[in-house]
Each structure stands twice: as structure tokens, then as C-alpha cells.
Design a protein around this ligand. Structure first.
Ligand code: BDR
Ligand code: CA
Length: 313
């Protein structure tokens, strides 16, 4: 199994990535670290614990990371993910019975990388703050990282500004550090993730599982569909983040193209844009595997199977 640390900001689509990583035997989920993004880090951490509690995911340490980007005040995506960051199911006010690890995310990342006998794959699906801080604070640990498989950016336009995707726009300096780290990076941008839409047919397949977990997933997808309809006018919402773990499980889920990727840090209108040089015109070294065509059926089969596995008989 591929040893993995999820670094996330749940977040509806992050939540499904947790389920996929925990459910599939091809992945060994070592730890979950959280970051401010879709909501404050307090909320994304609570949400990670709620998802694990609801899905019976126990024994995976969950630690809170950075509350703010490397520069500036930060932003949240309450318009998409709600005031809680995971609106829809109505989790109530009770404490989930999955604890928060007393360590901070940087310490948990470090401890986990050092303890594991093989290099570990990092899967960031929020702003890249925690990963950049790790690489800045512990450059020697880069050798313990097998690769970075992230959701962020796009080969095309953005979703938060015309040019920039949310995760990259939240912390462009962190994204720049990660993309220039020299580590192997695979990037699932909006051009790929917009190919996996949670259509009514998909929601019906999950609903048909008939378990408490499947009902929770339907509630998440129903809320996510309503905000995507309101904000973007989409018929069905793209379930961005789980393409990362799906790729680790089954590389046939997505095509990849090797390209140079730069992050715009200064543009008047384009800060946070990923400039993806698919045709090799910049002369920059092509170091990133950029996701292209996606096999949506393969992807949804993995998601449905994960909800079935964790939901119990
Ligand atoms: C990304 O932004 C977040 O709202 C989602 O969780 C995803 O990681 C998509 O732009
Ligand atoms: Ca996310």
C-alpha cells in the first residue's frame, strides 16, 4: 500500500478524499493534517474529526496546522462550504469521539515522515501552507517524501478570481515553494477536477447503499450541489479533491502531461494563477505531472465503493 499523509481543509470534497484514503487497501493512511482554507483551521480540524467519527476511521492521528497563509490575512470559502465548512448533514454541536492529536501539524508531519520506513506520499488538498512550512523548517525531510500529489491550480481559468483557483490563491507563496521544491509533484487542477461532477445519478448510487454513512454523503453532496448551482450555475458540483487519492489507487483514472508550472505572485489581476506551460514555450524546466483527461466512471466507482466499505453491511 502507498503510505499517505492527507493535508486538507474539509470541505465537502476533502471529506470524500478522507473516506477514499481510509477505505481502499492500496492506500495506507498514516495521518491527517489540517489547514485554514475552506474555513478556519479550528473548523477544518473539527470537520476532519467529524468525518472520521462518522465513518468509523479510528487510529489515524489528526493535527491542526496553520491558521493563516505565509503572507496576508487569508480567506475562507463559506459561500461554497457553508459557515461550518461542512454544511449539510447537521452534525450538531456535540464533540466527535475521534480526538485531535496534541501535536501541531508540522510536528505530526515530521514525526510521521521520520517514523515510516519508506518515503511517504503527501496529498495536499487545501492551501499549501503546511507543506511549505514543512519544507522550509525541515529541508532534510524532503528525502522522506516520495512525491506530492495535490489538488490546486488549473491549466485554464480560475474559480475564485478569473485567473486563480482557490487553494493556490489562498497561499500563492506556499504553492510557489512547493512547486519549486524539486520534489516530484502531480497536480490535479480545475481542468481535471471539473470532469468529475456529482450528478443526480451519482448521488442516487450512493443513496442506494442505504447506510447512515451513505445518507451523510448524500447530505454533503446535496448541499455542495446547491452552492455550486448558486455561485457558478453548475448543474452538478465537481468533487475536486478525491482525484488525488483516486490517482494513487488507479493511475488509469487520469492522463498526465509533464509541464513547467509557475505561480503568479505579483500580477495585478492574476495573483495565484498557475501558469502551465503545456507546449514548452517558456524554457522553464518541465517538472510537474499535470492531470489532463479523466475517466469519470472509474473515479465514481472508487467513491461509491469507499462509501460502501466504510458504511458497513
Ligand atoms: C478547491 O477549493 C476548495 O474549496 C475545495 O475543497 C478544493 O480543494 C477547489 O478549488
Ligand atoms: Ca480542499
Amino acid at each position: 500500500a502507498v503510505p499517505v499523509i492527507l493535508d486538507c481543509d474539509p470541505g465537502h470534497d476533502d471529506a470524500f478524499n478522507i473516506l477514499l484514503a481510509a477505505a481502499h487497501p492500496a492506500v495506507e493512511l498514516l495521518a491527517i493534517t489540517t489547514v485554514a482554507g475552506n474555513q478556519t483551521v479550528e473548523k477544518t480540524t473539527l470537520n476532519a474529526r467529524r468525518v472520521c467519527a462518522a465513518a468509523g476511521i479510528r487510529g489515524v492521528p489528526i493535527a491542526a496546522g496553520r491558521a493563516r497563509p505565509l503572507r496576508g490575512p487569508g480567506r475562507v470559502a463559506a459561500d461554497i462550504h457553508g459557515a461550518s465548512g461542512l454544511d449539510g448533514p447537521g452534525f450538531g454541536t456535540g464533540e466527535p469521539d475521534v480526538p485531535q492529536d496534541p501535536r501541531d501539524a508540522l510536528t505530526l508531519l515530521r514525526d510521521t515522515l521520520l517514523a515510516h520506513p519508506e518515503p511517504v506520499t503527501l496529498v495536499p488538498t487545501g492551501p499549501l501552507t503546511n507543506i511549505a512550512v514543512l519544507l522550509l523548517a525541515h529541508p532534510e525531510l524532503a528525502a522522506r517524501v516520495a512525491r506530492i500529489v495535490l489538488m490546486g491550480g488549473s491549466t485554464e481559468r480560475g474559480n475564485t478570481t478569473p485567473a486563480a483557483e482557490f487553494n493556490i490563491l489562498c497561499d500563492p507563496e506556499a504553492a510557489d515553494i512547493v512547486l519549486r521544491s524539486g520534489l516530484p509533484v502531480t497536480m490535479f487542477g480545475l481542468n481535471a477536477t471539473h470532469q468529475v461532477r456529482a450528478t443526480p445519478e451519482v448521488v442516487a448510487r450512493i443513496d442506494a447503499l442505504g447506510t447512515p454513512l451513505s445518507r451523510l454523503c448524500v447530505d454533503l453532496l446535496t448541499y455542495f450541489a446547491s452552492t455550486y448551482r448558486e455561485v457558478f450555475g453548475f448543474d452538478a458540483p465537481p468533487l475536486h479533491d478525491p482525484l488525488t487519492v483516486a490517482h494513487l489507487i488507479d493511475p488509469a483514472v487520469s492522463g498526465l502531461a509533464r509541464a513547467a508550472v509557475a505561480v503568479e505572485l505579483n500580477g495585478t489581476y492574476t495573483r495565484g494563477a498557475t501558469v502551465v506551460d503545456l507546449h514548452g514555450v517558456t524554457g522553464l524546466p518541465a517538472t510537474v505531472d499535470v492531470a489532463t483527461d479523466v475517466d469519470a466512471d472509474r473515479f465514481w466507482d472508487l467513491i461509491v465503493a469507499a462509501v460502501r466499505t466504510l458504511g458497513g453491511p
